[in-house]
Write a protein that binds this ligand. Structure first.
Ligand code: ADP
Ligand code: MG
Length: 330
């Protein structure tokens, strides 16, 4: 049994678009994924593709419109608010902007102590020792415990965010772009820290990022999202070196290369993204994909396994791969 299982997840926001006029914004649709103990699944995609929505629905910070989420075989969807608190011991989140997520009126020690006391991890007497230990794990010293968030650097604030997430000893941590607000040199330190912690604690990560270079350092498997849907999911190796979906290819080929000799012709998605309001059942990339054919707007785009562990949501790939004719030319 996987640690986390998400099936048929859909999140719709109802928007008021004018007098009596309403529209549905589909932020996440038909999301299927699972994560094993100790594994990192990266969720990648452009801004607005629905990554944060999926992370928040998994943690029940957001109520899914449809679908099921289970951790360790226990349903998360359908829990009452009192039961959701127990869930916080199993799953935690690290947010993109560390300063935003830390209450400025408390010392960082108090902020990390809160989940420790709430979940009964330690008694008041043992609190200081546990705090020192947690701070040491994230590379902070005892002198940082009594500081306020604004007295720390961005990297130190994110270390506090990680310490607080680790405090209730969760099995899964959702990391929502944990390094995007940080300087490049600090990013690498945080990634290394996360890798070390994961190894020591057998933690699973749902690692949300728009940056494939970072994903390459951390992920075991990768799910690529576009306009609310997963368009490809496979091992990191397969996604990064043998992607099936044209959109995944375009993302990978957009990664800057170091040396001019490595430059190549890039596959690019043209035009403007489709609106997430009332999206169609067919492929959301039809207007942008250089490989699109009439069939792409005629049949629903479904996520289908092409080889074990590798699924893609590309109608042409699915039809032509099986009969050996998949040789896409724009
Ligand atoms: P990402 O994290 O990939 O940038 P999000 O999950 O934040 O994407 O957003 C997905 C879509 O849902 C976007 O179109 C966004 O504008 C919309 N959205 C997110 N939260 C809300 C909300 N509370 N109300 C209305 N629309 C929202
Ligand atoms: Mg986001």
């Amino acid at each position: 049994m996987p640690l986390l299982e998400v099936s048929g997840l859909r999140k719709v926001y109802r928007l008021k678009t004018g007098f009596r006029a309403r529209a549905e914004l589909v932020a996440a649709d038909d999301v299927e994924l699972s994560i094993e103990r100790g594994e990192t699944l990266a969720l990648v995609g452009e801004s607005g593709s629905g990554k944060t929505t999926v992370g928040r629905c998994v943690l029940r910070l957001e109520e899914p419109t449809l679908g099921d989420v289970a951790i360790d075989g226990h349903a998360v969807t359908g829990l009452r608010s009192r039961e959701v608190r127990g869930l916080r011991g199993e799953m935690q989140m690290v947010f993109q902007d560390p300063l935003d997520s830390l209450n400025p009126r408390h010392t960082v020690g108090e902020l990390v102590a809160e989940p420790l006391l709430l979940h009964g991890i330690v008694s008041k007497d043992d609190l200081r020792a546990e705090l020192e230990q947690l701070f040491a794990i994230v590379g902070l010293g005892p002198q940082h415990i009594d500081r306020y968030p604004h007295q720390l650097s961005g990297g130190q604030q994110q270390r506090v965010g990680i310490a607080r997430a680790l405090a209730p000893r969760p099995k899964l941590v959702v990391l929502d772009e944990p390094t995007s607000a940080l300087d490049v040199s600090v990013q690498a330190q945080i990634i290394n820290l996360l890798r070390d912690i994961q190894r020591e604690r057998d933690l699973a990560f749902l690692f949300i990022s728009h940056d494939l270079a970072v994903v390459n350092l951390l992920a075991d498997r990768v799910a690529v999202m576009y306009l609310g849907r997963i368009v490809e999911i496979a091992s990191r190796e397969v996604v990064l070196s043998r992607p099936a979906h044209p959109y995944t290819r375009a993302l990978i080929e957009a990664i800057p290369v170091d040396h001019p000799s490595q430059r190549r012709k890039r596959l690019t998605m043209r035009g403007e993204p489709m609106s997430p309001i009332d999206p169609p059942a067919h492929c959301h990339l039809v207007s942008r994909c250089p490989f699109a054919k009439p069939v792409c707007s005629e049949v629903p785009a479904e996520l289908i396994e092409v080889t074990p562990g590798h699924a893609t949501r590309c109608v042409r790939f699915q039809r032509e791969h099986d009969n050996g004719s998949w040789n896409p030319t724009p």
